[in-house]
Design a binder for this molecule. Structure first.
Ligand code: 8X3
Length: 294
């Protein structure tokens, strides 16, 4: 009896003390997981003069990337370039271009300074929504701008940049997509169609590059407060603000964080997609205006 009691107590003591020891060693082993360094890589960001693009430029520069900033607004790009160089001592090159200029886009890599020609990380961020039209009343001018910016430009730039990536057998294509890539909503037909197309392009690229070291990622955010809604509602700030009323929307920095996360996973890890919504959001139009009542 005494022997049995001894064995039971002994076993309990051993189990009790071994749990924390095993936990500690597990924590130690898990904390040795290292993100992939992208220091010295060349990252090209489209739509870099504001919002998500600008936030991506900051975070990628912070991670040590040399950056190609591409956008239409030269003055904003120059200010951003100066700030990035001062803050992180990286190389930055500005390209003032409208991504709807397909010829200029396709000629881009060769026209860059040599140090920037081998693009390692392509962030296809430039994109917009214009208006909220019903199917029977579409503004074709707006529709064409959305299709050209959100789809055609991505096709053209990704094609020419990925050619170099394939030759070097390395690179990462990161497409800034949207919750609208996965669900369509009232008065959003064309915008949702462009983001569905971007999803198709993202998936197809992964198929095309499956036997290479190239990674392809889509980041699909919901309600992010940037110039997006002001542009969609053509300068109507009140309508734009109403989109985010009563919730705490995502910020450009939140999405840039997703981009950096995907880019800094070890080379054998391919983040296919990050779907991110605001906390009081469950779908594109499923927003609980919880903070309005507080
Ligand atoms: C932006 C999100 O819901 O306005 O891509 O389409 S939504």
């Amino acid at each position: 009896m005494a022997l049995i009691t001894y064995i039971v107590i002994n076993t309990i003591i051993r189990v009790f003390y071994s749990i924390p020891i095993r936990r500690e060693s597990l924590i130690h082993r898990m904390s040795s997981y290292r993100p992939y360094s992208i220091k010295g890589k060349v990252a090209l960001v489209t739509g870099a003069s504001a919002g998500i693009g600008e936030a991506c430029a900051w975070r990628l520069a912070e991670a040590g990337c040399n950056i190609v900033l591409l956008a239409r607004r030269a003055d904003r790009l120059e200010v951003l370039k100066k700030s990035l160089v001062e803050a992180y001592d990286v190389q930055v090159h500005c390209v003032v271009m409208d991504v709807r200029d397909t010829n200029a886009l396709q000629a881009l890599p060769q026209t860059l300074p040599v140090a920037f020609q081998n693009i390692d990380i392509l962030v296809n961020n430039a994109g917009l929504a214009l208006g909220m039209d019903t199917t029977d009343d579409v503004n074709m001018e707006d529709a064409t701008i959305m299709l050209d910016t959100n789809v055609k430009a991505v096709v053209a730039l990704t094609s020419v940049v990925s050619k170099g990536m394939k030759e070097r057998n390395s690179g990462h294509i990161i497409n800034i997509s949207s919750v609208a890539a996965h669900e369509s909503y009232k008065q959003g037909g064309v915008y949702c169609a462009t983001k569905h197309a971007l999803d198709a392009l993202t998936v197809a690229a992964r198929h095309d590059f499956v036997d290479t070291d190239i990674r392809v990622t889509a980041i699909s955010p919901g309600a992010v407060k940037t110039e997006f809604s002001v542009v969609r509602f053509k300068g109507d700030e009140k309508r734009a603000d109403d989109v985010y009323a009563g919730i705490k929307p995502l910020t450009a920095a939140d999405i840039a964080d997703n981009v950096v996360y995907a880019a800094t996973r070890p080379p054998h890890v391919q983040i296919t997609e990050i779907n991110v919504l605001a906390t009081y959001q469950c779908s594109a139009r499923g927003l609980a205006r919880v903070l309005l009542e507080k």
